[in-house]
Design a protein around this ligand. Structure first.
Ligand SMILES: *[C@@H]1O[C@H](CO)[C@@H](O)[C@H](O)[C@H]1NC(C)=O
Ligand SMILES: *[C@@H]1O[C@H](CO)[C@@H](O)[C@H](O)[C@H]1NC(C)=O
Ligand SMILES: *[C@@H]1O[C@H](CO)[C@@H](O)[C@H](O)[C@H]1NC(C)=O
Ligand SMILES: *[C@@H]1O[C@H](CO)[C@@H](O)[C@H](O)[C@H]1NC(C)=O
Ligand SMILES: *[C@@H]1O[C@H](CO)[C@@H](O)[C@H](O)[C@H]1NC(C)=O
Ligand SMILES: *[C@@H]1O[C@H](CO)[C@@H](O)[C@H](O)[C@H]1NC(C)=O
Length: 378
């Protein structure tokens, strides 16, 4: 046997050994991550072994269109024992439950975010989201005025067809946050808490947070030109339609949609009360970003209550303290007709938010708002 052949055989042996070692490490690492119950759907173009190549590219901020489709799927964790007595969790599950769909880079793509808009939506409301994206939240209208980001908050529907459609919608727009909870009326508090948590984790660079329902049309021009400059430097405020203490009766009629049981009131210390503490009607709420981590923090010690507006804009702020509630009572309407007349009229129109719009009213409303501002700015 020639020396050359011995050397090459040794080389092959070393390569073989190296292969076996790396395989062992790989299996080991995989087992560990599986035991952490983390299964990630990793996009094809992510570099798996960063040391093997020039990785400087992976640290650059990607363009929106090529952003990795970050769909992390984790198995449901056990509910921590200290916050559960074995049956119902006593604080909102979205404080720790995982996200099913998430784009953690939504806010990282811009250094200056003026306003983050959170839209509370139902998985099935595809058309509403489509309209919202193309009308009052569409960046194209406001590029010169400020940087907007929009995030749709939802749980899941128990329907694979719907979920597939949502994955495709996310791939296209990257603006959905879906939590691991069934999207029901009685889980809306979880949806709200998920929003607080996500901002705390991913979007503290936003200067203002606007939370709306998906049947709202907002005058974004007014928001950016008038409201934002007024509050840009302020902290600890909530602008909303406030129900002051003593004004919002607790519904005890068993047939009513808002009926709450004695045991539910007891859990939040409101048994024997006739009224809720002050809270906001949640269809449009504007918050100082600095409040969000504080509200998320106190949610960990605030028992779950399913009426989301009471929980999010009443019970949590009550514990944060030092919050200025500012009334928007003169700046919204639930009447399409009244809003149309306001924008059509000769007087300046101060309407910021139109709630409870029907789907077919959203575009005409937006067109009217645009035409109002084209007349009133120049
Ligand atoms: C890595 O790539 C960047 C540009 O993509 C280049 O500037 C840099 O010199 C490269 N580094 C190495 C170690 O090759
Ligand atoms: C847990 O708490 C709920 C509501 O407070 C109560 O109805 C239930 O009986 C409790 N379960 C146990 C196992 O203690
Ligand atoms: C970010 O904001 C600062 C101060 O308001 C401004 O000077 C800068 O141009 C902004 N950057 C971008 C990318 O808009
Ligand atoms: C799931 O949703 C699709 C589309 O909305 C619908 O056609 C189908 O009936 C639903 N399936 C179930 C089991 O509800
Ligand atoms: C809320 O979501 C959880 C997790 O998916 C689910 O188990 C629970 O039944 C939902 N609650 C309601 C009242 O729909
Ligand atoms: C609300 O309307 C009043 C006039 O009715 C106006 O002075 C105020 O600036 C408006 N506030 C907002 C936040 O749009």
């Amino acid at each position: 046997m020639s020396l050359q052949r011995i050397v090459s055989r040794r080389k092959r042996c070393i390569i073989g050994l190296l292969l076996i070692i790396s395989l062992t490490i790989f299996v080991y690492v995989t087992t560990i991550s599986m035991s952490l119950e983390l299964v990630s759907v990793v996009p094809k173009y992510v570099v798996f072994f960063p040391c093997s190549g020039n990785t400087s590219n992976t640290h650059q901020q990607p363009e929106a269109s090529i952003l990795p489709k970050t769909v992390a799927i984790r198995k449901i964790k056990e509910i921590p024992r200290h916050i559960s007595n074995g049956s119902e969790p006593v604080i909102p599950i979205m404080l720790w439950n995982n996200y099913l769909i998430n784009n953690p880079d939504l806010c990282k793509m811009a250094d200056n975010i003026s306003i983050l808009i959170l839209v509370k939506t139902n998985p099935l409301n595809f058309e509403r989201r489509r309209i919202i994206r193309s009308t009052w939240t569409n960046k194209a209208y406001f590029q010169h005025m400020g940087v907007l980001r929009v995030l749709f908050l939802m749980g899941y529907a128990q329907n694979n067809t719907v979920q597939e459609k949502i994955y495709r919608e996310f791939d296209e727009h990257l603006d959905i946050l879906q939590g691991d909870f069934l999207d029901t009326y009685r889980n809306l508090t979880n949806k709200g808490v998920m929003g607080l948590r996500w901002i705390t984790e991913n979007c503290m660079q936003a200067k203002m947070v606007v939370k709306v329902d998906d049947d709202v049309v907002l005058d974004t021009y007014r928001l950016l030109e008038i409201v934002y400059p007024m509050y840009e430097t302020k902290t600890r405020y909530i602008l909303c339609n406030i129900f002051m203490g003593g004004k919002a009766p607790i519904v005890l009629d068993g047939k009513h949609k808002w009926y709450v049981k004695d045991s539910e009131l007891k859990s939040i210390g409101l048994l024997d009360k006739t009224y809720y503490p002050p809270y906001c009607s949640g269809f449009t709420v504007i918050l100082a970003t600095d409040l969000i981590p504080a509200m998320f923090g106190v949610a960990h010690v605030t028992p779950f209550f399913w009426v989301d507006d009471v929980y999010l804009y009443g019970l949590l702020p009550l514990k944060v303290k030092g919050i200025d509630y500012i009334s928007l009572s003169r700046n919204y309407t639930f009447s399409y007709k009244r809003a149309m007349n306001c924008f059509r009229g000769k007087q300046p129109c101060h309407v910021l938010s139109i709630g409870e719009t029907k789907m077919h009213e959203m575009r005409p409303m937006w067109n009217m708002i645009q035409s109002y501002h084209s007349k009133h700015t120049s």
